[in-house]
Every structure is written in structure tokens, then in C-alpha cells.
Design a protein around this ligand. Structure first.
Ligand code: SAM
Length: 282
């Protein structure tokens, strides 16, 4: 009998993925976790009923959330990742000549099980001497840390369970405090055509603490609902106004391979549909 993984993230629209083989399933200290195989998407990780990452298209999301802010900043040395348990974001950040990438993940089991069943996503990133892994609540970390970061990447799931604290104005204020002057905050901010309310409120909350708040977009097939948005917050609008030639020069210095990201796409990703512009301006 065929088994299906049902994602009912949105009120009246969902998606189902055929489970061809369950590799692991458990209730961790923080969330329900499953890793299974699907003929189209490869290996899939789900947390609390929401698809987190797949070997089919994780590169799109991780390349866009890591390379865009780091290359836009142009002089980043220290990066903070909140969440990111599968290690894909850590791997893409470490493509750049950074001094250190600190990753604060609340659930050790996600890391351990991703290393066991999805090692191709992190591809050894956790072994990099520049990786500084902490198992903690990211909201508490940014509230208390005395460290400062040039880029903060919030690689969370949607605002459910332990992720909820990562969508509050207080959290964004603590992120601002933890950034160096002119630093950049980017956050996973859902699919605007289906995620009403919560994601729209993100921008207003960020605007309490940052002078330049907007979004950039990418289409990730696994995240149902068309394009997804990444919220962008900084005090320096110039960061998101570089031309493709400047970005290409910086990317060449980092010398990384990508399967989705290009300097032209970097620049184009800030061109928003009118509806998303309205969300950002709300
Ligand atoms: N790449 C996925 C996506 O596109 O939505 C999400 C990445 S990852 C699987 C989300 C991670 O955030 C999980 O590993 C989860 O344990 C972690 N997380 C959730 N709440 C957290 C918190 N308050 N502090 C730190 N990590 C948290």
C-alpha cells in the first residue's frame, strides 16, 4: 500500500509526497522528524509535518540565502546561522573566505540524523575548522551573545513550534544588536502567495530596528506555492544595489561552484512582484 507524506502548512492548500522508503522517523526533544525517499525529490527531511529540505533542490535555497548576503556585504568575516540543522547553509557559507561561521541549532538530533541520512547536503562542512557549532535556542543566543557578526542568516522552518521565537520583533532587535555596523540580516520568510499574515508582519517588525528592509525571491520547487521570499534587513541600501559585474568579481574571488546562483540572478532576485512590494511596504 502506497504511503504519502501530507504537508498541510496552509489553511486550505497542501501537498502530498509519496513515501517510497522511510529512512528514519522519531520524536526528537523538540519536534517530529522524518527522513524518507521520494522518486522525484530524492531524500526528504520533514519536521512537524513541514518539508524542510530535499536533496533534489536544497541547493537553490541554501545558495540564495548564503551567497546573496555574503557577496552583497563584500567584506564579511564572521557569519551567524540560526537553525540550519541539515548543514546545507553552513556548507555554502564556508565557500567564502570567512574567519568563522557560528551555527546555533536547537535540536542536536536534526544534525546527527542529517549527517547519517543526508550527508551529501552538508558535504563535510561540520568538519571545517571555521565552523563553530552551538546547540542552543537561537533567540536566546542573540539576546545574550557578546559576539558580533557581519551577516546573520535565519535558516528556520515556518513560525511553528521552536521556530516561533525567530519571527518576533524582539528577536530582530537582538539580531540588530549582534550585527556589526552595516551588517545584513536575512531570514527564511515563506511563500507570499500562500503565507498570509505572519510573513507580511515580518517586514513591519524588522522596520522597528533596521533602516532598509525588503525581500528577495527564489523559486524552490519543494516549497509549494510559487516563489519564496527571503526577508532582508540592513541599514545600508547600497548592499542590495551592486550591479552584476561587481557581484561577479566578488564571487570569482570566493571561487565557488553553484547550481542555481548566478550574479545576474542575485541582482534580479530583488525585483519583486507588486504583491510582495505591498507586503514589504505594509
Ligand atoms: N532549510 C529549511 C527550510 O528551507 O525551511 C529549514 C532548515 S532547518 C531544517 C530548520 C532548523 O531550524 C531545524 O533544524 C530546527 O531544529 C531549527 N530551529 C527551530 N527553532 C529554532 C530555534 N529557536 N533556535 C535554533 N534553531 C531552531
Amino acid at each position: 500500500m502506497t504511503e504519502w507524506y501530507t504537508e498541510a502548512l496552509h489553511e486550505s492548500v497542501g501537498q502530498i509526497l509519496r513515501i517510497d522508503r522511510i529512512l528514519h522517523q522519531e520524536r526528537t526533544q523538540h519536534q517530529d522528524l522524518i527522513i524518507f525517499e521520494n522518486k522525484t525529490l530524492g531524500r526528504v527531511m520533514g519536521l512537524d509535518g513541514i518539508v524542510q529540505t530535499t536533496t533534489f533542490d536544497e541547493h537553490i535555497y541554501h545558495e540564495m540565502m548564503a551567497h546573496v548576503p555574503i557577496l552583497a556585504h563584500g567584506a564579511a568575516r564572521r557569519v551567524l546561522i540560526i537553525g540550519g540543522g541539515d548543514g546545507g547553509m553552513l556548507r555554502r557559507c564556508l565557500c567564502h573566505p570567512l574567519d568563522q561561521v557560528t551555527m546555533v541549532e536547537i535540536d542536536r538530533s536534526v544534525i546527527d540524523l542529517a549527517l547519517e541520512f543526508l550527508p551529501m547536503i552538508s558535504a563535510g562542512a561540520f568538519e571545517d575548522p571555521r565552523a563553530n557549532l552551538l546547540i542552543a535556542d537561537g533567540a536566546r543566543f542573540v539576546a545574550e551573545t557578546e559576539d558580533r557578526f557581519d551577516v546573520i542568516i535565519v535558516d528556520s522552518s515556518d513560525p511553528t513550534g521552536p521556530n516561533q521565537v525567530l519571527f518576533t520583533e524582539e528577536f530582530y532587535g537582538h539580531c540588530k544588536r549582534a550585527l556589526t555596523p552595516g551588517g545584513i540580516l536575512v531570514t527564511q520568510n515563506g511563500v507570499p502567495y500562500l503565507d498570509h499574515g505572519e510573513q507580511k508582519r515580518t517586514y513591519g517588525r524588522m522596520r522597528q530596528h533596521f533602516g532598509d528592509v525588503t525581500a528577495y525571491v527564489a523559486a524552490v520547487p519543494t516549497y509549494q506555492g510559487g516563489m519564496m521570499t527571503f526577508a532582508w534587513a540592513s541599514d545600508n541600501p547600497a548592499h542590495r544595489q551592486w550591479d552584476a559585474e561587481t557581484i561577479a568579481g566578488r564571487a570569482a574571488k570566493s571561487g565557488f561552484e553553484s547550481d542555481y546562483y548566478t550574479p545576474s540572478l542575485h541582482v534580479a532576485s530583488f525585483a519583486l512582484p507588486r504583491m510582495v512590494e505591498r507586503h514589504v511596504a505594509a
